[in-house]
Design a protein around this ligand. Structure first.
Ligand SMILES: *[C@@H]1O[C@H](CO)[C@@H](O)[C@H](O)[C@H]1NC(C)=O
Ligand SMILES: *[C@@H]1O[C@H](CO)[C@@H](O)[C@H](O)[C@H]1NC(C)=O
Ligand SMILES: *[C@@H]1O[C@H](CO)[C@@H](O)[C@H](O)[C@H]1NC(C)=O
Ligand SMILES: *[C@@H]1O[C@H](CO)[C@@H](O)[C@H](O)[C@H]1NC(C)=O
Ligand SMILES: *[C@@H]1O[C@H](CO)[C@@H](O)[C@H](O)[C@H]1NC(C)=O
Ligand SMILES: *[C@@H]1O[C@H](CO)[C@@H](O)[C@H](O)[C@H]1NC(C)=O
Ligand SMILES: *[C@@H]1O[C@H](CO)[C@@H](O)[C@H](O)[C@H]1NC(C)=O
Length: 391
């Protein structure tokens, strides 16, 4: 048992000794274009008797740079030899100057050392230029919400690529490729809109791309109509339609199912008539997402409901109304007196701004406007009294 362990240990020790014998080291570790590099054979124990350098996939003659025997200084140039580029050394190392892109590749060395030690090793040479300014390209110029977007950092020879979103962190889950060149959003969200940059680095330089604007198209999910829904004939009707969407939606208005000419988010009639009563529908459409949403309101021309009151035979109601009118007149007289006092107090002020309260109702539907319309039946007492007092 002890014997076996000793043998294993001995084999391991020998193995380590053999593999530690040689190695190719690049000096400097990150050679650059127009620079030079030493393919240095690190060999402390053995004397190199002969060395053969190749550039290519295999240690074969067609890929041979040179064969060199230090003791006799015998040099045998191979097909790839170039006197102005390569310099050989007694310890087997190879120096290459005026490095160009074409010098990139795998270099193989066969070493014949003393004590019949033979070794084949290789090293891959890649050159680092000063990093150029990276550029961002996108899989689509108009990303849509819930669809994928892939951003690519276009750059060569960067050792490290990092991505940033200007001013913030990334909003949703992203995936980076192994070399960080691509940033993938599998389902981009509206919050992902913003300016993205990629930064490329090597040991000597660092360059940042121009910001790339991502504007995610989204919505509309729903539409809202705001405006006065109870209108006296002769007063204006003003409705306004809104929807969260990018790019902004286009608008269509329907009045009692008849498509109108109006193409903006506002629908207005300056001088309304009783026939303007009915269902007003706003259809919003996003031409990029191809989504649409609809909202409808009922505009009630309220004067019609007041006219029949004068025909009422109910004495109580008439008396009640008469009392209301008298009370109203008294209040108005008091009001006028107060106003007069106020006006005389403040002679410089020409008038006082008064704003009628705006009643805002909205309803929101999907599907066919006919099924979805809300009929707003709210009644305002204040408005009734006001209307009655007018004649
Ligand atoms: C390499 O040198 C050539 C000639 O001096 C020059 O034109 C070129 O820009 C240099 N390339 C780099 C990457 O420094
Ligand atoms: C091999 O020789 C060259 C030239 O004398 C020297 O610059 C280099 O450091 C040597 N390499 C090693 C591993 O000693
Ligand atoms: C380079 O060396 C590695 C490990 O030593 C080996 O797997 C690979 O095949 C070699 N490549 C060439 C081109 O000889
Ligand atoms: C040798 O290298 C120099 C500089 O790298 C180059 O100008 C020349 O064309 C090369 N000659 C051959 C035969 O490859
Ligand atoms: C990739 O990006 C991550 C995080 O930004 C960074 O930690 C890592 O070093 C980068 N890797 C490469 C190869 O650029
Ligand atoms: C609204 O979108 C639905 C599908 O979501 C489509 O069937 C319909 O035609 C669209 N309507 C308009 C007016 O674009
Ligand atoms: C319009 O409003 C009046 C009250 O102001 C109400 O009596 C009437 O039912 C409403 N009309 C419709 C169609 O909702």
């Amino acid at each position: 048992m002890k014997g076996i362990i000793k043998t294993v240990l001995l084999i391991l020790t020998l193995d380590v000794a053999t593999s530690a014998m040689t190695g190719i080291q690049l000096i400097p570790p990150y050679p650059v274009i127009n620079g030079s590099v030493m393919l240095s054979i690190t060999d402390s124990k053995y004397t190199v008797l002969g060395v053969a350098w190749y550039k290519g996939p295999r240690a074969e003659y067609e890929y041979q740079i040179l064969v060199y025997f230090p003791e006799s200084s015998a040099l045998f140039p191979g097909p790839l030899y170039n006197q102005s580029s390569f310099t050989h050394f007694a310890n087997g190392s190879l120096h290459i100057k005026d490095l160009q892109i074409t010098d990139e590749g795998t270099y193989i060395v066969n070493i014949l050392a003393s004590k019949n030690v033979k070794e084949e090793m290789n090293v891959t040479l890649t050159l680092n230029g000063p990093v150029t300014k990276p550029m961002i390209t996108a899989s689509t110029t108009q990303p849509k919400e819930n669809y994928p977007l892939i951003l690519t950092c276009v750059i060569s020879r960067a050792m490290l690529i990092t991505w940033t979103k200007r001013g913030t962190r990334f909003s949703s889950e992203t995936k980076l490729s192994g070399d960080n060149k691509t940033l993938t959003f599998s389902k981009i969200k509206r919050e992902d809109s913003g300016e993205y940059q990629c930064e490329a680095q090597n040991p000597y330089h660092k360059e940042v791309s121009d910001p790339y604007s991502v504007n995610v198209a989204y919505g509309p999910d729903k539409a809202n109509i705001e405006g006065t829904l109870f209108v006296r004939p002769g007063s204006p009707i003003t409705l306004s339609c809104s929807a969260a969407s990018f790019p902004p939606t286009d608008y269509q208005w329907k009045v009692n199912d008849k498509v109108s000419e109006e193409k903006t988010n506002k629908y207005s009639i300056s001088n309304s008539v009783t026939e303007d009563q009915g269902i007003y529908t706003c259809v919003v459409r996003n031409l990029v997402t191809l989504r649409n949403a609809t909202a409808s309101v009922y505009v009630n021309m309220t004067a019609e409901s007041i006219i029949p009151i004068s025909n009422s035979s109910s004495l109580g109601l008439i008396l009640g109304l008469a009392f209301a009118i008298i009370l109203g007149v008294v209040l108005i007289i008091i009001g006028i007196i107060c106003c007069w006092k106020y006006v005389t107090k403040r002679m410089n002020e020409s008038s006082e701004n008064r704003q009628e309260p705006l009643h805002v109702y909205e309803n929101v539907k999907k599907g066919q406007p006919k099924e979805e319309s809300f009929y707003m039946g709210l009644q305002s007492t204040a408005e009734d009294i006001y209307t009655e007092l007018k004649p």
